[in-house]
Write a protein that binds this ligand. Sequence first.
Ligand code: NAD
Length: 409
Amino acid sequence: MVGDTIWEFRSPRSKFGPGSFNELGAEMKRMRCEKPFVITTRGWVRRGIIDRLKEILGTEVPYWDGVEPEPSAESVEEAAKAFKESNADCLIAIGGGSALDTAKIANLLATYGGSVRDYIAPPYGQGKPVPGPVKPMIAVPTTAGTGSEVTSVAVVTLKAENVKVGISSDYLRPSLALLDPELTLTVPPKVTADTGMDALTHAVEAYIAKPYWAREKPEDPLKRPVYVGSYSVTESLAEKAIELVGKYLRRAVYWGKTDLEARSGMLLASYLAGLAFGNSGVGLAHAASYPLGGRFKVTHGEAVGILLPAVLEYNAPANYEKAKKVGELLSGTECPEKDPQKCAEWAANVIRALQKDIKFTPGLEVVGVTEEDIIEMAEETMKQKRLLATNPRPVDVDGVIWVYKRSMR
Ligand code: NAD
């Protein structure tokens, strides 16, 4: 794939490093952000973030702290109302993926009006495109997993239908990603494990994503199709992210309160994986996680991570070399087998071993999924056409059922 494609890499300006949060004031000046508004969680207010902001910026900053984990559409609309009423000229989101996604959609609704459902694809909403630019947003991630600080996607939960849905637009990508690993030192071990698996799933799915040309605006014949799927740049980012997860996730789970090197390694992994999947797409693990997220009490990272080993095995025939490489990067060792299929199974087992070490949720059964749920969930997975389009091996209902069954325990 060198020399025969035109690709476009999309990313916000980024600043990374321990203590980089202290440079928020300088960054705001650079962006001409004079009247900021903060969207964050109660947890962060309890941990003193508002006082810290006052110290850094030398002034009080208005804020809204109602972010819900895996945020509902209602909570996002509340955030939008607060942001609009503040008359602020820029937005600072501080928290995990839930806070960053809440802020992205709040920014959209505060700028153009309407409700969350206006922008969600049918059958759940109207599927209106995001009309244009929103206010400048600084994303400060405090978990190492979603990569939302660099992506154009925001995910919300629709409580009435028990489903999670996304709104995607280049206009939603934050203007600046400000990544300070010190802010992740307080993440509890279970959240560290779940979000770490999210980062790994992004990296693996981006790495193996099927390349194809997609017409962004099918109605406009003059608009050149865009290249989606993995290519040189996203492959390099994904490889590095997988290696970092292998090196640092165990340490971050066990000694995360003090091990700043491990936290930095994981935040970098999450960021690189976000850049990779934000440009190349994801696949079956994400498509099959959506029906889980609404119905069962699982976090996003848990849902995709539980499915990841079986998804890697399912997809291996599309590219045995890449499946093997995932295991080698993650373990830092060569595959001990000669047979390509055995190496793919070995790679999936490398992921399973890591999950065991970090006490990750061992399977779908534990979160309440029964054999009876599987067919309905598989049919729902098949509706995730956008996500399945980049899956390297064609997917049918039987394939999804195989993945769910293999992920039960
Ligand atoms: P989260 O934001 O829900 O955070 C998990 C928990 O950890 C929360 O209780 C939160 O308050 C707490 N927390 C966050 N940072 C902390 C810290 N430093 N110290 C202590 N506690 C902390 O979890 P997440 O996995 O980061 O985000 C999940 C959401 O992101 C889901 O809705 C998921 O669908 C979405 N997501 C979005 C994208 C994207 O590109 N936009 C990608 C993947 C996932």
